[in-house]
Design a protein around this ligand. Structure first.
Ligand code: ATP
Ligand code: MG
Length: 217
C-alpha cells in the first residue's frame, strides 16, 4: 500500500493553559518529521483531570492565540465543540475515518501521559488507528510498569521513516529540547500573584490577565 508521506500529526491536551513546553515540542516534531503541520487538539470535558478545569472556550481561545503566528501549528476544536466527554479513542476514530486508511496518523504524547495509557478508554486499539510518539519530559523518567514495558517492546521502532511508511502501529520514543514547564506550575504561580512570563506566549498571558483566569487579581 502506498502511504502518503505527509503524516497527520496531532497533540491532544487540556492546555490549561497552553505553554512553551507544548509549543516547542510541537514545532520541533514538525521540523524533525518534515510534516506540513502539527495540530493541537484541546480537550472539551477532560476525563482525566480531577481539579476545576478552566472552561473549554477559554482554553481553546488560548491555544488559538498561541498558534496564531505559527503557521506550522494548527488547531482543531472538535473535542471542544462536542457536547460529550473527550475520549482520545473517539477523536482517533474520527481522524481515521476522515483521512482514510493510507495516511499515517501520529499521536504525540508526553512521557507522563504515555505511561498512563492503560487508563485511557480503548487504549489497546490506539495502535490499530495511529502511531504514537512519546516525547521525553523533564521530571518524568521512562520507567514503565510491566504492561507499558511489554507494550513498548512489542511496538517500538527506532527509525522515524517507519512512521511515514505505514499508517499506524508503531511507538517511537523521542528526546526533544527538554523544557520542564507544566500548566500546573503556571496556575500555581498566578495563584501566588507571581508572573508566569516567558513560560508561555505573551499573548496567552495577556488573555489570562484580561479574563482573570486562574485566580489572577
Ligand atoms: P498539567 O500540569 O495541568 O497536567 P501539562 O503541562 O501536563 O498540564 P497537558 O495539557 O496536561 O499539560 O499536556 C498535554 C500533552 O503535552 C501531554 O501529552 C503532556 O505530556 C505533554 N506535555 C506537557 N508539557 C510538556 C513539556 N514541558 N514537555 C513535553 N511534553 C509536554
Ligand atoms: Mg498534564
Amino acid at each position: 500500500m502506498k502511504i502518503d508521506q505527509n503524516p497527520f500529526v496531532f497533540m491532544g491536551g487540556t492546555f490549561d493553559p497552553i505553554h512553551n513546553g507544548h509549543l516547542r515540542s510541537a514545532l520541533e516534531l514538525q521540523q524533525w518529521l518534515g510534516c506540513e503541520q502539527v495540530c493541537l487538539v484541546p480537550s472539551g470535558q477532560p476525563v482525566h483531570k480531577h481539579y476545576d478545569v478552566c472552561p473549554a472556550q477559554h482554553r481553546l481561545e488560548m491555544v488559538r492565540l498561541a498558534a496564531r503566528d505559527a503557521w506550522r501549528l494548527s488547531v482543531d476544536d472538535r473535542e471542544v465543540s462536542s457536547d460529550t466527554p473527550s475520549y482520545t479513542l473517539k477523536t482517533l476514530q474520527s481522524y481515521r475515518e476522515e483521512l482514510g486508511s493510507e495516511r499515517s496518523i501520529i499521536m504525540v504524547v508526553g512521557m507522563d501521559a504515555y505511561l498512563t495509557l492503560p487508563t485511557w478508554q480503548g487504549w489497546d486499539t490506539f495502535l490499530s488507528l495511529c502511531h504514537i510518539i512519546a516525547v521525553a519530559r523533564p521530571g518524568y523518567d521512562y520507567r514503565p510498569d510491566a504492561i507499558m514495558d511489554h507494550y513498548t517492546r512489542a511496538h517500538q521502532v527506532n527509525n522515524a521513516q517507519k512512521l511515514k511508511d505505514s499508517a499506524y502501529g508503531h511507538v517511537f520514543i523521542h528526546e526533544l529540547t527538554p523544557l520542564g514547564i507544566s500548566a500546573t506550575q503556571i496556575r500555581h504561580l498566578i495563584q501566588l500573584g507571581q508572573t508566569p512570563r516567558f513560560l508561555l506566549p505573551d499573548q496567552v498571558w495577556e488573555y489570562i490577565k484580561q479574563n482573570k483566569l486562574y485566580g489572577f487579581k
